[in-house]
Design a protein around this ligand. Structure first.
Ligand code: PBG
Length: 327
């Protein structure tokens, strides 16, 4: 055989394979979601997400310590309040659960980068992501509340806010409010391209935030659409978003590619609860090798163009990078 091109030449040894890798993965791009819950002495496992927990303030430091030790430097806080109401007032309460968690984390873990999910669904009695008028989420009155919530997070110590509600115009509303209060340097990571997805199922169990009626299709995107993703990203960028996020991850890698190539800002991808639970369940059943599948999935998101990966497996992924398994 006179074969000039033999791609297998570059696959001959681990050292060579490592040398010619096209996708480099770093712990610096990892963010871990943390659920903080009002109450005491809570470290309860989330039924639909084995290995993931809700923490109260008095047990939170234990988890933050573990995150820090793993080499993950970014955390994304979600709050689970004791009381909910129609307008989600717990979201911006000065002594709200996320606000208190931020104060603690800022004080005791100054090396962690603190990001907050800004949304109302965990705080509203009806479980929708905004203020209801006539059984639908009213866009414009919700903006003010989201802006107020963002400001209260930043005042409590958030380094960055990440609105996940999918209202129109919320990036502008939040940017204006933060700027008006002097927080011109606090970045906004927008859940710019967030699809209405069944992969959020386990999260709604984790955060107790399933809508009491209907669904989120009037504000989250239809997964048949791709041009609409570009439009959403364009709008958020024009409104001042610093980072654009695509969510979910694995089933949306085409969108990650599109957004990361098209827009001159960092692209984040959120590998959501359902992705975690599917891998975990298959691993627990002995059907797959968990570490191998997690590593492969994580790399696929960076290969598609993501700069940042938000994952419930972030600590494990950091470990795989440390071991040289991936990266
Ligand atoms: C809040 C929010 C959700 C997720 C992140 N922020 C739930 C939803 O939109 O229903 C999902 C995260 C996950 O599934 O891991 N709106």
């Amino acid at each position: 055989m006179e074969l000039l091109n033999r791609p297998r030449r570059l696959r001959g040894s681990q050292i060579l394979r490592d040398m010619v890798r096209e996708t480099r993965v770093s712990k610096n791009g990892l963010i871990y979601p943390v659920f903080v819950k009002e109450g005491q002495k809570i470290r309860e496992e989330i039924a639909a997400m084995p290995g993931q927990y809700r923490y109260s303030l008095d047990t939170l430091a234990y988890e933050l310590e573990r995150i820090q030790k793993s080499g993950v430097r970014g955390v994304l806080f979600f709050g689970i309040p004791e009381h909910k109401d129609a307008c989600g007032s717990g979201a911006w309460a000065e002594d709200g659960i996320v606000q208190k968690a931020l104060e603690l984390a800022k004080r005791e873990f100054p090396d962690l980068y603190l990001i907050t999910d800004v949304c109302l669904c965990e705080y509203t009695s009806h479980g929708h992501c905004g203020i209801l008028h006539d059984h639908t989420v009213d866009n414009d009155s919700t903006l003010e509340v989201l802006a107020k919530t963002s400001l209260s997070h930043v005042q409590a110590g958030a380094d960055m806010v990440a609105p996940s509600d999918m209202m129109d115009g919320r990036i502008l509303a939040i940017r204006n409010t933060l700027d008006g209060a002097g927080y011109t340097n606090t970045p906004i990571m927008s859940y710019a391209v967030k699809y209405s997805s069944a992969f959020y199922g386990p999260f709604r169990d984790a955060a107790g935030s399933a809508p009491a009626f209907g669904d989120r299709k009037s504000y989250q995107m239809d997964y048949h659409n791709k041009r609409e993703a570009i439009k959403e990203a364009e709008l958020d960028l024009a409104e001042g978003a610093d980072i654009l996020m695509v969510k979910p991850g694995l089933a949306y890698l085409d969108i990650v590619k599109e957004i990361s190539e098209r827009f001159p800002v960092p692209c984040a991808v959120y590998s959501v609860s359902g992705e975690y639970s599917m891998i975990k369940a298959a691993a627990m059943a002995g059907y797959i090798d968990e570490a191998a599948v997690v590593g492969e999935s994580a790399v696929s998101m960076f290969r598609a163009g993501a700069d940042i990966l938000i994952s419930y497996y972030a600590k494990e992924i950091a470990g795989y990078i440390e071991e040289g398994r991936i990266g």
